[in-house]
Structure formats: C-alpha cells, structure tokens
Design a binder for this molecule. Structure first.
Ligand code: ACO
Length: 402
C-alpha cells in the first residue's frame, strides 16, 4: 500500500532496487556470468575447462592474481599456504568451548573472526603485503578450522595438519582420520572435492561476496570481512541451500517418496515449501556448474555398493521440474547446490558440514573480490540510501501520559 512514486518525488533521485535485482554495486574483472546463455568464466577461462583441467589452488591463484601461475609461481603459492596450516594452540582450545551440537558454520565464522586477534601484524587493509599474508593465512587455516569444527561435533581429538599432503588431501585427513588409525585419502574423493571447490570458487556479486565487499568498504580487515561472508553464506537461500536440498530429499523419502505431491505443494506455494537447489537470481538457464556436478554425482554414487535412493528422487524432481510450466515459465533450473549434497553425503560428510565445504571453496573468491575493491581508487564506503516510510514529526509524550 506504499506509494513509491510519491516517496521518490519527496526524496529526490534515489533508485529503489530491493535485493539489487538490477543494480550493479561495483565494476569487477574477476568473474563473468551470462545468465541467459548459462556461461561462467573466471578471469576469462570457461568453468568447464577449469573444472576438468585445473586444480583448486591453481584456480585460487588465478582469481587472486589475474593470470594462470607458472609452475614456479604455483609451487611458491602452495608452499606459502602449506607452512601456515597450523592454528595457534590457544586457538585450538576455543573449540572445546563451543557446545558439541553447535552449527559448524557458526564455529567457522567465530574462528575466522578470532584470527584477527592472533594476527595483528597483518590487519591493515591498505597495506598490500599485509593483505597478501592475511589471504595466505586464511587459505591455509580455513580447512584446519573446518576440520576442527567437525571433529568437535563428534567428540574426537583435534589432529594437526600433515603438510606433506596437498591442500584437499590434508583437509580430508584432518576431517576423517584418527590419531591411532592409519588413514589413506582416497585420491578419487580428493579429486572430486577439489573440483567442487573450483566450481564454488567465485560467483561475482552474490550475497556473501557483496557482504565481504560491504564490510571491507568500511576498511575493516580481511578476517572480519570474510567472517561476515561466512555468516551470509550460512543462509538457506544462499550456501545453506546444499544442506536444505538433502533435508528436502530425505523428507520426501520419509513421506513415501511421492515426488509429484511434493512438487504440487511447491507450486501451491505452501509456506516454507520451495524446491531447494532450484532457481537463481542470475541464471535463467541451466547453471553450468550444476551440469558438471550432476555428472560427478552420477559417477561418485555409481561407484558405491549401495547407491543412494535420494539420487533417484533428485533425478525425478529435476525431470518433472524441467517440463512443468510453473518452473519453465519462471526459468527455474537446478543450481550448483542441487546435486552437491548427495556427493558430500557419499563422501561421509554430515549434512551440517555441507555449507562449510561451500565456504572452503568460495574463500579465494572472497579474497580476490575484497582485494580488487581495496586496490580500486574509486572505492567508496558502501552506504545504500533508503525511502523513509515511517511517521512524519511527532511530539514526545511523557511516560505517565501514555
Ligand atoms: N522453488 C519454487 N519456486 C521458486 C523457487 C524455488 N526454488 N525459486 C524461485 N521461485 C519462484 C518464486 O516464488 C517467484 O514466483 P512468483 O513470480 O510467482 O512470485 C519466482 O520463482 C521468482 O523467484 P524470486 O524469489 O523472485 O527469485 P530471486 O532471484 O529473488 O531468488 C533464489 C533466487 C533465492 C535462489 C530462489 O530461486 C530460491 O529461493 N531458490 C531456492 C534456494 C536455493 O537453491 N538457493 C541457492 C542459490 S544459488 C547459491 O547460493 C549457490
């Protein structure tokens, strides 16, 4: 019932664009998306080529440095990360303070915030050397923190990183290994997880990245900005969707596996019922990442002795949605999260950890976007305007007269 045009007249020339549907908040040279054609490129390289031929650390370097690394540059980058994977002992003790059933995303964001208490020598957002070392520290320590959040939740001791392993193998060993048992990382699992991290590494001005930029625009340090991004990512409409998809599939299975009746509830817009893992603000075509993940899910689940019945439910849902007018007319296609949860589950991760895995993948994008903003002389503090809809001036009434 609000007369927006009257408000605009009163306020002057202000753009009202709730949710930034059509407003660019920045220029950026990092990631290109053509949502109608289903195209995604990092620094000009198609996501399909990177997913097939590259590694997560190489893509991280590319995002942060605007060029593919030479072998020496990549080794140097990986070595720098390798020597920073440990957490300070005081920091390890934080994990015993959280309740065991704490959500690992909350533990992750708290621990990232805490990094700025330990690394006060690298907090100046305008000092390029300090920013570089903060970025390396984040890349190195986030997998350790993520593994500890998981270990805490199951009451296991916290392991130390094994820096003879590569990035993803080290994370998998810290997550699933035990001090008393030999644990060999399955290279096939490590390869798929590395590829999933590549697919999540950047996605231009999504909610968490815009949050990282907004917080950074106030010249808050990189740790503080990334912690804010982790919190934004935790929401079920963003990174939390990968966990929500699995919960949805499990619920459908518990209710007897009737996919059609679930789709009817979605189409009737029952409160809180959405087809999770479907739809995207920018993609109005098949999300190119979802196509890659779907293939990986098929491969991963086919290698298991007992295939997951939830995969079949997911296929059925997609098949119905791709031919149903409700979804077709709204251009709703599977997004990157529709199939990732099934892979994470097959790897042994509990649902609560899924969004943490997304955060591990998105980290280099957050760092690259934050740094791009800091280096841009045109950057200003992010400070949106509003259209005021409240009372006009009112006279204060003393409490005994109300
Ligand atoms: N299920 C059912 N209907 C949907 C869905 C869905 N998943 N997504 C959008 N719609 C409908 C809306 O109800 C709306 O219908 P209407 O025109 O009749 O009102 C129409 O499609 C347009 O949707 P909006 O909500 O306006 O689209 P918006 O761009 O604001 O939202 C979002 C995008 C948040 C991703 C939405 O599609 C959604 O909630 N999807 C489910 C959650 C999800 O998978 N999130 C992950 C996003 S990708 C990522 O972060 C990795």
């Amino acid at each position: 019932g609000i007369d927006v045009s009257a408000l605009l007249k009163e306020t002057g020339f202000v753009t009202l664009d709730q949710g930034f549907v059509n407003t660019a908040s920045t220029t950026s040279a990092i990631t290109y998306i053509d949502g109608d054609a289903g195209i995604l490129r990092y620094r000009g390289f198609p996501i399909e080529q990177l997913a097939e031929k590259s590694t997560f650390l190489e893509v991280s370097y590319l995002l942060m440095h605007d060029a593919l690394p030479t072998p020496t540059q990549l080794k140097d980058f990986a070595d720098k990360i390798r020597v920073h994977t440990l957490l300070q002992e005081e920091m390890r003790s934080f994990f015993s303070g959280f309740p065991r059933d704490a959500h690992p995303m909350a533990v992750l964001s708290s621990a990232v915030t805490a990094l700025s208490t330990f690394y006060q020598d690298s907090l100046d957002p305008l000092d390029e050397e300090q920013v570089e070392i903060s970025g390396i520290r984040l890349m190195a320590k986030l997998p350790t923190i993520a593994a500890y959040a998981y270990k805490k939740s199951i009451g296991h001791p916290l392991p130390y990183p094994d820096n003879s392993l590569d990035y993803v193998e080290n994370f998998l060993r810290m997550t699933f290994g035990l001090p008393t048992v030999q644990y060999d990382v399955d290279p096939k699992v490590a390869k798929i997880l590395d590829m999933l991290f590549i697919l999540h590494a950047d996605h231009e001005q999504n909610c968490s990245t815009s949050t990282v930029r907004l917080v950074g625009s106030a010249q808050a340090n990189l740790f503080a900005s990334v912690a804010a991004g982790v919190n934004a990512l935790s929401g079920p409409l963003h990174g939390g969707a990968n966990a929500a998809v699995l919960e949805m599939l499990e619920q459908i299975r518990k209710d007897g596996g009737d996919v059609n009746s679930f789709v009817t509830r979605v189409k009737n817009k029952e409160k809180g019922v959405k087809l999770m893992g479907f739809g995207h603000r920018v993609y109005k075509n098949y999300d190119p990442r979802a196509a890659i993940v779907k293939k990986a899910a098929q491969e991963m689940l086919n290698t298991l002795d007992k295939p997951d019945p939830l995969l079949d439910l997911a296929f059925q849902l997609e098949e119905i949605a791709l031919h149903d007018d409700y979804f077709v007319s709204r251009k709703l296609y599977p997004n990157v999260d529709f199939y990732t949860g099934l892979i994470y589950k097959a790897m042994g991760f509990p649902t609560k950890m899924f969004t943490v895995l997304f955060a591990l993948g998105r980290l280099p994008g957050w760092i690259a976007q934050w740094s791009e903003m800091m280096l841009d002389p045109a950057t200003k503090i992010g400070r949106p305007r509003q259209l005021y809809t409240g009372f006009t001036e009112r006279e204060f009434v003393a409490i005994d007269k109300r």
